[in-house]
Design a binder for this molecule. Sequence first.
Ligand code: ADP
Ligand code: ADP
Length: 235
Amino acid sequence: GASITFENVGKAYSKSGGTTVTALEGVSLAMEPGSITGIIGRSGAGKSTLLRMVNGIERPTTGAVLVGGQNVGAAKGSKLRAIRRDVGMIFQHFNLLASRSVAGNIALPLEIAGVPSSQIKPRVADLIERVGLSAHATRYPAELSGGQKQRVGIARALATGPKVLLSDEATSALDPETTQTVLSLLKDINRELGLTILLITHEMAVVRDIASHVAVIDGGRIVEHGETYDIFTAP
Ligand code: ADP
Ligand code: ADP
């Protein structure tokens, strides 16, 4: 896993008409390699903005975001692409391509990265096995349950061998039982591959179940950050 560090990060979005929206202000956070941090806060608090800075989809207006010591916001071109290969992401609505099979969806980041096709097939087969979908490699997303779709999303996120996994409400569209199986897969990945995991959730049970640390965000500011046990047992 890689460390993730926010150093006094601010983010302002420009809106039409010349106004700006402050999404984040003075955010300083340090996440250890291999930790699992749950980010909680109401809608509009800045959670997605924070997450999207870790893979460089959004850049900070002020301050710096570092992944494994590399400054994501300042990276461009091949350096930014290298950082993005180090950061996988999974989504609430899975974001799979309907026209591609399970194997085809998982192969996509490898194709984009220019991995030779002879290396893609064995790699995809490994990933499919890791997420328990060996019997479904040639199925299409429409033929899968929600839990199976998220397993494809997880395998795709792992394809480039990332050091960090970002999760944006990845279990919010799943029933409680399927949520448990997806969370235990994420725990296995954290334990076996050592990935640092940063997850947004509105479900306290998810945080209690999986996160070693919690960051609470409100109005673009971090209002609490610490070990899950301490936050949940604070008076
Ligand atoms: P959350 O994920 O906690 O709901 P967001 O990070 O999506 O919060 O949003 C934080 C604030 O930034 C909100 O006021 C939101 O409207 C604004 N915002 C988010 N993305 C954009 C954008 N692309 N353009 C303008 N404003 C945005
Ligand atoms: P799609 O049906 O989505 O178009 P393709 O047949 O084009 O998928 O395969 C996309 C990639 O997935 C190829 O690189 C291929 O090597 C790999 N692939 C296809 N089927 C399998 C499989 N059963 N196991 C592992 N990799 C596979």
